[in-house]
Design a protein. Structure first.
Length: 73
């Protein structure tokens, strides 16, 4: 499989809009800090699929990006 360029990766990004809303998050069987509670998320955008290691490597090579961990040593 041929590697994609950064421009091809950006063009292939399938971004979807999620409306947000209120829901119950937590686990009744979990620890005290996992107790169910109502939370509200604002609308947001998300890629339909995950970022692969290959596409992240192309991004890093094209931009010189370094992660927090790399900068901190």
């Amino acid at each position: 499989m041929a590697a994609l360029s950064l421009a091809e990766l950006a063009g292939a990004a399938d971004i979807i809009d999620l409306p947000g809303g209120t829901f119950v998050m937590g686990d009744e069987a979990g620890d005290d800090n996992e107790a169910p509670k109502r939370v509200t998320a604002k609308p947001f955008r998300l890629m339909r699929t995950e970022v692969t290691n290959q596409s992240f490597a192309i991004f890093v090579k094209a931009t010189g990006y370094t992660t927090d961990r790399e900068r901190e040593g």
